[in-house]
Design a protein around this ligand. Structure first.
Ligand code: NAD
Ligand code: TYD
Length: 340
């Protein structure tokens, strides 16, 4: 089995590659990644010498490069993680999100049609459903929940999902889509809430919390997401959408306080800052379909996963120190400098 994994130098894609190489010793994994600010080759260092792994630096929007790779590798499957993934950046500058997340997806699917494929899997997000009110804890996102996006990021992901389903219906492409809740774990880029809080707390820097910190996310340990995708691409039904989430809803402020406690840092570091524009209130997944059809359930409890994550950041300082000292510093100053 030859699998092209796009965006494999990023957070979830790299964890997926580690999972697949460990579980399937006879599979070949080809990682295609543009290495944007969010993609780091150092993340893939531990698999670079694996004879079943190869890395290709390319843009999913570059039709010529994508076709050449398909011609050479004749993939059986494509799992598309490649995306611009940060909501705040999408508010600042939507266009690259539209380009990569929508056009890039169409180029990959055109290649699948041209060269033939067993399965094209689109890694999507629960953010395509918009948000739920805080005072209705009985409501959850199901696969039937209408798409109702808030940010340029989620709109671009929803657009891609529609295109994926259209390629299935119109051209008969064998597709599947997963819509997962917020992930956390190793190799998470420190612009996102959990790694940003860990990294800032370790430097005794302010811990920025948007608005009142009451927004709720449904956190899932990244390995559980990777296992769910593994199940979907092997056993999931073609043309179907599967929601992935672990019934682990938490307020942002509680997450930040837990991290302070685990690191022995004072909650005085917490700084309330101006809210995100269009900030989604609550995400909550109903994972009944993937549980009933594929037997998937999350395995890592939040208390264990967050401890493992904090330990990983403590033990892998070089990985994130290199990031925090580079181009990311300019982003941080721009985003948080005048936020007050
Ligand atoms: P990430 O930002 O950490 O990684 C994205 C990767 O894609 C990077 O390696 C980057 O270099 C690469 N990339 C970006 N543009 C590219 C292009 N044009 N061509 C080739 N490669 C390109 O993102 P992540 O958090 O690992 O998310 C991966 C996928 O999962 C995304 O599609 C995202 O929408 C989805 N998702 C993320 C979460 C989450 O909590 N992080 C939750 C649900 C779904
Ligand atoms: P984030 O990690 O950006 O993921 P998403 O927006 O995709 O859910 O943010 C998670 C939550 O944390 C979200 O409600 C915004 C909030 N947040 C902060 O309060 N402070 C921060 O510095 C960041 C990055 C996020």
């Amino acid at each position: 089995m030859n699998i092209i994994v796009t965006g494999g130098a990023g957070f979830i894609g790299s964890n997926f590659i580690f999972h697949m190489l460990a579980k399937y010793p006879d599979y070949r994994i080809i990682c295609l990644d543009k290495l944007t600010y969010a993609g780091n080759l150092s993340t893939l260092e531990c698999v670079m010498d694996n004879p079943n792994f190869s890395f290709v630096k390319a843009d999913i929007c570059d039709r010529e490069a994508v076709y050449a790779l398909f011609e050479r590798e004749k993939p059986d499957m494509v799992v598309n993680f490649a995306a611009e993934s940060h909501v705040d950046r999408s508010i600042d500058n939507p266009s690259i999100f539209l380009h990569t997340n929508i056009i890039g997806t169409s180029v990959l699917m055109d290649a699948c049609l041209k060269y033939g494929i067993e399965r094209y899997h689109q890694v999507s997000t629960d953010e395509v459903y918009g948000d739920l009110p805080l005072d209705r804890p009985d409501l959850f996102f199901t696969e039937e929940t209408p798409l109702h996006t808030s940010s340029p990021y989620s709109s671009s992901k929803a657009s891609a999902d529609l295109l994926v389903l259209a390629y299935h219906r119109t051209y008969g492409l064998n597709v599947s889509i997963s819509r997962c809740s917020n992930n956390y774990g190793p190799y998470h880029f420190p612009e996102k809430l959990i790694p940003l809080t860990i990294v800032n707390a370790l430097a005794n820097k302010a811990l920025p919390v948007y608005g009142k910190g009451e927004n709720v996310r449904d956190w899932l340990y990244v390995e559980d997401h990777c296992k769910a995708i593994d199940l979907i691409i092997h056993k999931g039904r073609v043309g179907e959408v599967y929601n992935i989430g672990g019934h682990n809803e938490m307020k942002n402020i509680d997450i930040v306080k837990i991290i302070c406690r685990l690191l022995g840092k004072s909650e005085d570091l917490i700084t309330y800052v101006a809210d995100r524009k269009g900030h989604d209130m609550r995400y909550a997944i109903d994972p009944a379909k993937i549980h009933a059809e594929l037997g998937w359930l999350p395995e890592t409890k939040f208390a264990d996963g967050i401890r493992k994550t904090v330990d990983w950041y403590l033990n892998n300082r070089k990985w994130w120190e290199d990031i925090v000292s580079g181009e990311y510093r300019d982003y941080y100053d721009k985003m948080y400098g005048n936020r007050g």
